[in-house]
Each structure stands twice: as structure tokens, then as C-alpha cells.
Design a protein around this ligand. Structure first.
Ligand code: SF4
Length: 397
């Protein structure tokens, strides 16, 4: 999005959200549970009454995290006061529920997907109702070094000529700047490169935990599942409730499959909370020899808006408008322009609204340089392939 009224882009939405009194989470599923806990953590329950809707009688009987679970009939028949609805299901089922809601809800009741609610409405509401900055997510890379060389790595590892390895002091400074500006964050993620190869990983996690844990809802680390974490690190993950995303590349890298299996055993042994992350397909964001049509400024802005990637990265005291653009810049694929970054070292209280707007994808230009040669993020991407195909640098893709 291109800034038209910097610092006031969400004035109207902020006002409308503050008038809401009831939030209905459609689907008594783990996503709804997570949102209830998040809203509690953000103290939003002070202003909002939260209900859940689900057709399962057992769930209606038990409630969800202290919230009443209504049947769909009870929900439709009920008089709803200044309400909003959040659909807490997968994208596939969301369509079905939107159909079900169509024509049965008053026109002034907005319906959001859980992603839109988390990534847009909650930051806006938190800003306008509490005058505080809430980020849905942010990631940080201690280093771009990885032991794998995936052709379609979203960090563009095969194209990196000179790896970026941040010192522990640099990372601490980034974290300090970030939490000076951001009051609360849902997901703070350490990724890479392969973060388990970073020698000061535990010291970094300790620094974050000791100084900023109360501002983080979920502290997470992503690993490619081919590097064995030490016993002390596993004990630390468990002790500090650090969630691990364990990617599963056993099919693509069979020679490292035994490591993945051993990590799973070790995580169970140490009772580490982790997600076994197998995906059947990857999308190809960058294909070196691919030709892209030359787009006008308006077309690039539209491409950026439609793409809708929710991810943002922190580096050198700056936030990126799109993390993939920052990664492409690091890999030397394309030079990012100045306006793609929000410089936290110059942040002042009066920049609060502009900061939230930037995180919600507003900028001076309205797109990134990498948008010119990027196949867009998952939702709009049509170039899919097998995951983690290993690429030798010398070989033609
Ligand atoms: S098109 Fe690519 S570079 Fe542009 S915003 Fe989307 S993911 Fe980022």
C-alpha cells in the first residue's frame, strides 16, 4: 500500500473497532483457543466480550478457555450488539462458512479470517484503544549460513555470494531497538540460514528471554531438521517454552533423514514443544532465468497489495517491508530501496502510528524493488515444485 495519509491511515478503522463490544470466533478449534489466550494477554477482554460458535454439542457443553460456545442456531438467533465475527478455520473451509453467514448477519457486522484479524485488526485496535504497538510477527536471522542448498530457498541461499553473519552484540542491539518501539508481539521468530549453526544461539535466546519475554506471546525457532541441537539447548527450549518448527526434508535429503528422526526422539525425551512441519509443495518465488513483464508504478503497487505476504524481518536496526525483498537484497539478487525499511534507530513515540502502518504494509513507494522479479507469495503464486530440491551452484536451474 502506498501511504496517502501517513499516521492516519487507520483512523476510521480504529474508531470503528473501538465501538465493537462482542467478538464471535467461528469454530472452537486451536486457532480460536490461541486467539482467546492472545486477547487475554493483550487485556482486550476489558472492552470485548468474546464468544465462540461451533456445531459440536460437546464443545458447547464444555466451553473454550472460559468462553461460552454457542451453537450456530443460537448465534444466528441472538441479538448481537456491535459485533464482529472471526472465522477460525483453514482457507478451504473459510469459503464455506462465509457462504453460510451470507444474508444471515446484519450488514454492519464485519467478518474476518483469523489471519486478517490477527495481522490487521488486532494491531489497529491495540493502537487506537490502548495507544500501544502490537506486531503480529517478526523474524530475525542470526546468520544466512545453511548446511543445505535448496534451489527454491526463500532466503535465496544458492545465490548468496557473501553470507551475512551478525555478531551477538549486533543482534542484541536489534532486539533492544525493536522492543523499545514494539510493546507486544504475537510471534517472535528466530530463523535463518540454519539457526542451529549459529554459535551464540543460546546466548541470544537468553538475552531475549531475560529482557523481553513478557512482551512476546510466542518465541519460536525454525530449523531445517538436519542439524542436531545439543542437550543443553533442548533443555533450554523446554525450560523457557520456546516453540520449535521442525521442517521435514527427509524425502529431499534422505542422507540426513536419520538426524531428523533423532531430533524428534530427542525433542520428545526433553519434552520440547515442536511442530513437525512437512509440506508437500513449495512455491518458487524467484526463478533466475524467468522474464517478467515491465510493470508501471500502479501495476507494481497492485502486485504488492494483492501479494499480501504477512512476513517482515529485522536487521541492522531496521524493519523490512517484505522479508523476501530483504533476503533478495542480502543474496545480491536485487538492491532494495531505502523506503523499504523502517529505521528503528530513529524511532520516536510520535512515529507509533506510522510504525504500525508500515508493519501493515504501507510505505512511501507502495512496493519493493524485488516485486519486479518476484513470483509473489504463497497465496498468489502459481509456480509450485517439490520441496527442498538441492541445488549445486554450478548447475543450470
Ligand atoms: S511480490 Fe514478492 S517481493 Fe513483492 S511483496 Fe510479494 S513476496 Fe514481497
Amino acid at each position: 500500500m502506498k501511504w496517502k495519509n501517513k499516521g492516519h491511515e487507520f483512523d476510521e478503522t480504529g474508531r470503528a473497532l473501538q465501538e465493537k463490544k462482542e467478538v464471535y470466533l467461528y469454530g472452537a478449534v486451536p486457532i480460536a483457543q490461541d486467539l482467546i489466550k492472545l486477547m487475554e494477554w493483550l487485556h482486550l477482554g476489558i472492552n470485548w466480550e468474546v464468544y465462540v460458535v461451533d456445531r459440536d454439542p460437546a464443545k458447547q457443553k464444555n466451553g473454550l478457555c472460559g468462553c461460552e460456545v454457542l451453537s450456530p442456531e443460537a448465534f444466528f438467533n441472538r441479538e448481537k450488539k456491535d459485533a464482529l465475527v472471526v472465522i477460525c478455520t483453514s482457507f478451504a473451509v473459510e469459503k464455506e462458512i462465509r457462504e453460510l453467514l451470507k444474508g444471515r448477519l446484519a450488514e454492519d457486522i464485519p467478518v474476518y479470517s483469523h489471519m486478517t484479524f490477527l495481522y490487521e485488526q488486532l494491531p489497529i485496535y491495540f493502537l487506537y484503544a490502548h495507544d500501544k504497538v502490537f506486531f503480529p510477527s517478526e523474524n530475525m536471522l542470526p546468520s544466512t549460513i545453511c548446511n543445505l542448498n535448496c534451489r527454491d530457498c526463500l532466503n535465496f541461499t544458492p545465490y548468496i555470494k557473501k553470507h551475512h553473519v551478525a555478531s551477538l552484540e549486533e543482534l542484541k542491539r536489534n532486539v533492544d531497538l525493536f522492543f523499545k518501539a514494539v510493546d507486544r508481539i504475537y510471534l517472535f521468530q528466530i530463523t535463518g540460514g540454519e539457526p542451529l549453526l549459529y554459535k551464540d544461539l543460546q546466548s541470544l535466546l537468553e538475552y531475549i528471554d531475560q529482557n523481553y519475554r513478557s512482551q512476546i506471546f510466542r518465541l519460536e525457532l525454525v530449523t531445517n531438521g538436519t542439524v542436531m541441537p545439543s542437550d543443553s539447548l533442548c533443555a533450554y527450549f523446554k525450560d523457557k517454552n520456546i516453540h520449535i518448527v521442525l521442517d521435514d526434508y527427509r524425502r529431499a535429503v534422505p542422507e540426513r533423514a536419520h538426524v531428523h528422526e533423532r531430533i524428534r526422539e530427542k525433542f520428545s525425551e526433553f519434552q520440547v514443544s515442536y511442530l513437525d512441519n512437512y509440506v508437500g509443495k513449495w512455491f518458487r518465488m524467484y526463478i533466475p532465468q524467468q522474464e517478467h513483464p515491465v510493470l508501471s508504478e500502479e501495476e507494481l503497487i497492485r502486485k504488492f497489495d494483492v501479494c499480501g505476504t504477512p512476513w517482515c524481518s529485522l536487521r541492522d536496526g531496521k524493519l523490512s517491508l517484505c522479508n523476501y525483498s530483504m533476503y533478495a537484497d542480502t543474496a545480491g539478487i536485487c538492491r532494495a530501496s531505502e523506503d523499504e525499511f523502517f529505521d528503528l534507530s530513529r524511532y520516536q513515540e510520535s512515529d507509533k502510528k506510522a510504525l504500525v502502518e508500515f508493519r501493515l504494509r504501507y510505505s512511501q513507494k507502495g512496493y519493493t524493488e524485488f516485486c519486479k522479479q518476484c513470483n509473489t507469495w504463497e497465496k498468489e503464486n502459481v509456480c509450485w515444485c517439490d520441496p527442498a530440491i538441492q541445488y549445486e551452484k554450478e548447475k543450470e536451474v
